[in-house]
Design a protein around this ligand. Structure first.
Ligand code: HEM
Ligand SMILES: *[C@@H]1O[C@H](CO)[C@@H](O)[C@H](O)[C@H]1NC(C)=O
Ligand SMILES: *[C@@H]1O[C@H](CO)[C@@H](O)[C@H](O)[C@H]1NC(C)=O
Length: 502
């Protein structure tokens, strides 16, 4: 399940690799034919080497161990590094070959489009540039709205939309509040009065966002929902290990222990889901339950829940990086706390209207999403031969829209592009990006923009407000700054923060 999540949102992750492994032969054959024309048109790139992903480092960067893994990413000093120590999208491909370049992902060539104007064109012409093809590997890949195209996508999006209306999200606020209360209470109980205590906030935030999504999406089936997310966590661990071997064609069919366990997990997830959905359908049939919660809508739209696992991952990394950068920049932590205390004092539960009006906190979240976008790139593919920016691409060409790279581009953001400066968002997003077009798109862009954007931001604001009300925090000496990419941009060695009650 989680695999397809990746496919939809972060094809650079394991999921894409997985799909890629299977199409490798066909693609390699195509490429021998297809490479020359692109070069002739001035698109730079590197020669394909079997089993490697040459110019771009991101698939390898994703690995947790091994020669190609974090060894390549220098870990910056916690105090000074405010940008990813390892910024794969500004990697060699761009430096070596000029801005427009192609790169290898396993044996499949992909063209990187680091130009906001062209990115906008790709988003606008969504009838010409679709999502990459989904390849089913065994039964591990399900489908969902992230991967649909055309009419099918439009239909499912229409069904899902009502679940994310502001009124609905407003009604979820008590769920956010309860889950956050549980977390901060646990923190309060675990730290002593006098001294600061160390907590790794990354698993804490995964727990929190898993809790929130289980309760909002599964309602009364909350426990089963939690179990599904636990299983997906385990699956993600195996995937991380498997990343190292993904370029071996057919690897997924080997009866290794990991592969067996991954299929087992997938079967269990499906079983639980079928039960929940069965109950839900019965409830809807007998009119017991308004199909009000998200799962009801997912049942109706027949999408199951796969997007939800990814959404929990993205929201939790947003919160994690936010605590890390606010530890690195105490002056902004203090400004955010002032604002939060001004609205809610030390004890009041944050309410919807005030949360929507938090200005400093919003600027901070935007700046974190700019520097550490949870989804580092988007994948698109040409349906047929298509011209873009004066270059003709063959059908089925994979295009990368490098969010992370564009978010760090000094030509767009100015000389301080790599510095943490929420102040740049004081007059809005277009002012911050100096009126460049699609230059800030952590949630993608219309029409396929993230449906859960307001949900995620509200959850993040709630959690952050409740933390700022109660604690001051700084980095622990054991924290190592090492952003790396698995399915999302994660802190490789965790996020050890020292908390102090205030
Ligand atoms: C900080 C948190 C989040 C980030 C950074 C994020 C990012 C994204 C991005 C970049 C896309 C576009 C993918 C593409 O165009 O290829 C997307 C789509 C999507 N997201 Fe999110 N997301 C977040 C949270 C959520 C949440 C909380 C939910 C649901 C509860 C959610 C549900 C979805 C769905 C269903 C789509 C597919 C929309 C479509 O194709 O029409 N996301 N997300
Ligand atoms: C996650 O949350 C649950 C319930 O709130 C709690 O019992 C559990 O200890 C938490 N796990 C971690 C890793 O904090
Ligand atoms: C951004 O806002 C500032 C202050 O309002 C203004 O001086 C500046 O010209 C604006 N920049 C852009 C690109 O709109």
């Amino acid at each position: 399940m989680l695999i397809m999540l990746g496919l939809g949102l972060v094809p650079a992750g394991a999921a894409a690799a997985l799909a890629v492994a299977l199409v490798s032969l066909a693609a390699a054959a195509w490429w021998t034919v297809g490479r020359a024309p692109l070069r002739a048109q001035g698109v730079g790139g590197s020669r394909y080497r079997t089993g490697s992903s040459s110019a771009a480092t991101w698939p390898r960067t994703g690995g947790s161990t091994g020669r190609h893994g974090p060894g390549r990413c220098r870990s910056g000093s916690a105090a000074t590094a405010s940008r990813p120590a390892c910024c794969p999208c500004s990697g060699n491909a761009v430096r070596d070959h000029g801005k427009l370049s192609f790169t290898w992902f396993g044996p499949v060539p992909r063209v990187m489009i680091p130009d906001p104007d062209l990115v906008r064109e790709i988003f606008n012409k969504f009838d010409q540039f679709g999502k990459p093809k989904m390849i089913r590997v065994g039964k591990l890949i399900a489908t969902g709205v992230v991967s649909y195209e055309g009419e099918k996508w439009a239909k499912h999006r229409r069904i899902l939309n009502p679940a994310f209306h502001h009124e609905k999200i407003k009604r979820m606020l008590p769920v956010f509040a309860n889950c956050c209360t549980e977390m901060v209470t646990r923190w309060e109980n675990s730290i002593s009065l006098e001294a600061a205590s160390e907590i790794d906030v990354w698993p804490e935030f995964r727990n929190l966002t898993g809790d929130v999504i289980s309760r909002t999406a599964f309602g009364s089936s909350y426990q089963e929902g939690r179990r599904i997310f636990q299983l997906q966590e385990e699956l993600a661990q195996y995937l991380t290990e498997a990343l190292q071997k993904l370029f071996i064609t057919g690897y997924w069919y080997l009866p290794t222990k990991n592969n067996r366990r991954m299929r087992e997990i997938d079967r269990e997830v499906r079983k639980i889901l079928l039960e929940i959905i069965g109950n839900k359908e019965r409830a809807i049939k007998y009119g017991e339950n308004s199909n009000d919660d998200m799962l009801g809508l997912l049942v109706e739209s027949n999408t199951k829940q796969p997007e939800l696992g990814m959404s929990m991952e993205t929201t939790s990394v947003l919160l994690t990086w936010t605590l890390i950068v606010l530890s690195m920049h105490p002056e902004w932590q203090e400004r955010a706390r002032e604002e939060v205390l001004h609205h809610f004092g030390r004890t009041r539960m944050p309410d919807y209207d005030s949360l929507s009006h938090l200005k400093i906190v919003t600027m901070i979240l935007y700046e974190v999403l700019r520097l550490y976008p949870p989804v580092v790139l988007l994948n698109r593919r040409t349906f047929k031969e298509t011209e873009l920016g004066g270059i003709k691409y063959p059908a089925d060409m994979n295009l990368i829209l490098p969010i992370l790279f564009i978010h760090h581009d000094p030509e767009i953001w100015g000389k301080d592009a790599s510095e943490f400066n929420p102040g740049r968002f004081a007059d809005g997003i277009s002012n911050a990006s100096k009126n460049h077009d699609v230059s800030f798109f952590p949630f993608g862009w219309d029409p396929r923009i993230c449906i859960g954007q307001s949900f995620a931001l509200l959850e993040a604001k709630m959690a952050l407000s409740m933390i700022l009300q109660r604690f001051s925090f700084e980095l622990s000496p054991s924290y190592i700054h090492a952003p790396y990419i698995v399915l999302t941009l994660r802190p490789q060695h965790g996020a050890q923060i020292k908390l102090k009650k205030i």
